[in-house]
Design a binder for this molecule. Structure first.
Ligand code: GTP
Ligand code: MG
Length: 271
């Protein structure tokens, strides 16, 4: 469906209600949610729809928590954008003058160390690496000890991408968080990266990751590559886990704080 056409339709043509519903479903809202929105649209038009969505998103904006020594644990499925998001946020703090360290807890994937190292070189951020095949918990333990001894204040911990259906990998993640919290301060934020191109798969991802490690915030990625941004709204309605950031490209600057008004506008804008 051509979204520009939908945009004309916003200027109200009643007979196009059906394509409005189709647009909503294609935008990731899901069937029930879309039907409900259509009802609201019929009563009051697009302005009411936007207000309805904004109401649902009450409380969805969250500032990243900052402690004296902050540790940010990034989790998510394979290829969702964990490492890139760490690079972006780390670079933001580095430019602000903070002492930033990246720790590579992905000891599994070939090239994981090299990839984080490249981001480290590009941003001037130090990277703590283990060896491929090492236990991720012990690499992270060593990395955090290293950080503590050298006065790092913003520590980003990367983890291997894992399918949420793989029970042993979810157990590994649990263990990683336990190792950190037993030996150091509590993790400041446990962030789940939500690849917005994943659509309805995101439900089972959130279910499994939050069960394993109690997610404190989402980092939305690839909003530039999806036609389904709407999914984030029922996701918030269901889980009430706030959104920290949203990213819209591969380079270091392509991200910003999540803003619910901007987000709702984005859903209803042509691209
Ligand atoms: N278009 C677009 N691409 C993105 C965005 N964020 C990340 N990517 C790309 O997505 C791909 C995967 O990103 P990574 O950061 O390597 O993902 P990951 O979750 O660390 O992947 P694994 O460690 O293999 O699980 C890369 O090609 C990134 O450049 C985004 O916001 N928009
Ligand atoms: Mg990665």
């Amino acid at each position: 469906m051509n979204l520009n056409r939908f945009f004309d339709f916003i200027k109200i043509k009643k007979e196009e209600i059906e394509s409005f519903e189709e647009f909503l479903i294609l935008s990731g809202f899901g069937l029930n949610f879309s039907e409900n929105i259509v009802k609201i649209y019929k009563k009051g038009g697009i302005k009411d729809v936007k207000n309805y969505l904004l109401d649902i998103l009450n409380g969805s904006e969250k500032d990243l928590r900052i402690d004296d020594i902050s540790t940010y644990l990034f989790t998510g499925v394979n290829g969702g954008g964990k490492t890139t998001s760490i690079a972006k946020l780390g670079n933001f703090f580095k430019e602000r003058g903070d002492k930033v360290l990246f720790i590579q807890g992905d000891t599994f994937r070939t090239g994981a160390n090299e990839q984080l190292k490249i981001w480290g070189d590009r941003t001037g951020i130090e990277v703590f690496l283990g060896k491929r095949g090492d236990d991720p918990g012990s690499v992270i333990f060593d990395g955090l000890s290293y950080a503590k001894n050298r006065g790092y204040t913003k520590i980003f911990i990367d983890t291997a991408g894992r399918l949420s259906s793989k029970k042993n990998l979810m157990e590994e993640l649990k263990k990683i968080k336990k190792v950190i919290e037993k030996n150091f301060e509590n993790v400041t934020e446990t962030i789940l990266v939500l690849d917005s191109t994943e659509g309805e798969n995101l439900y089972s991802q959130v279910d499994k990751f939050k069960e394993a490690v109690d997610i404190t915030g989402f980092f939305i990625t690839k909003i530039d590559s999806t036609i389904k941004p709407g999914i984030m709204i029922p996701i918030y309605e269901k889980y009430k886990i706030p959104f920290l950031y949203i990213s819209f490209g591969e380079d270091l600057k392509s991200f910003e704080k999540f803003d619910k008004e901007k987000f709702v506008d984005l859903i209803f804008s042509p691209f």
